[in-house]
Design a protein around this ligand. Sequence first.
Ligand code: ZN
Length: 259
Amino acid sequence: MKVDLPLIDIHTHIGRLPGVVGEIFTPDDLCYICEQEGARFMLASSASATTVSQHAGVLETAAMARAHPDRLGGMFWINPHDPAWREDIPLAVGAGFYGVKIHPVLDHYAVDRAALDDVFACAQENAWPILTHTDVDGTPMSAACYEPLIQAYPDVTLILAHLRLGAIPLARRYENVYVDTTYMEAVVVEVGVAALGSEKILFGSDAAEGFAVGRTPGRPRPPRSYASLLAALRERGISETALESILYQNARRIFHLNV
Ligand SMILES: [Zn+2]
C-alpha cells in the first residue's frame, strides 16, 4: 500500500548491519520500498562503515548515489576513530552526498568537542547537515552531550535521531537543532509536535529494517511500512499540515531536495 502524502525518509541504511552477520541491505532494497510504498526520496548511509570500515561504507554509499540519483541520496557515515576518515571527504563530495551521519554508540565514543570538533568543522565547510544517533538520556552519548557542539557550530544543522526527551529542550532552544521520528512511537511524535511544532521534526525510519523488500532478510524483524507508520501518527490526531511538514517539507528545505 502506498502512502497518500509526499514522503522523504531522511534516515535509512544500506550495507552490512551490526548484530547479525548476513543482514545486508542493498540500494535495490531501498528502491523496492520507494516503489512499493510511494516514498519520493531516501537519504541513506551504509552501516558497513561501522561493521567493516568507514571507507567500505563510503564506497557503497557513493555507488548507490551514482546509480539511483533520483531516488537515493548519500549520507557520509564518519567514524572519528578512523585516523584516515578525512580521506573519504573527496569521495563524499564527488558523489554529491547530502549530509553526515554519525553513530557514537556503534562507533564507541563519548560525545564531546574533542571527539567531534573536526567532524562538525567538516560539515560546516561542506554545508552538510549532521544526522546523529543519540543514546538514551543520561549516557555519554545522549542528546544533552551535544550542547557545547551546537553552541560552537551554529551554522551546522544537527538532527538528533530518535526524539529523546533530552533532545526536546535543545531543539526548542537552538534554531539549528532538529529531531527525527526513527523508531519512535506515535505518542512520542505527538508530544514532540506539541513541544516543538512540526517544523522541527523530520521523518526517519531506519529502513530497510522491518520493511518488505521482496525477499527474506538476514534477520527477521517486526514488520513495518510507511502506510502503517503514517496511520499511527494520524491516530494521534496530528494534523495533515503538520504531517506534511514532518514527512516532506522539512527534509526538502533542510537538505535542498528537488523531489
Ligand atoms: Zn540509523
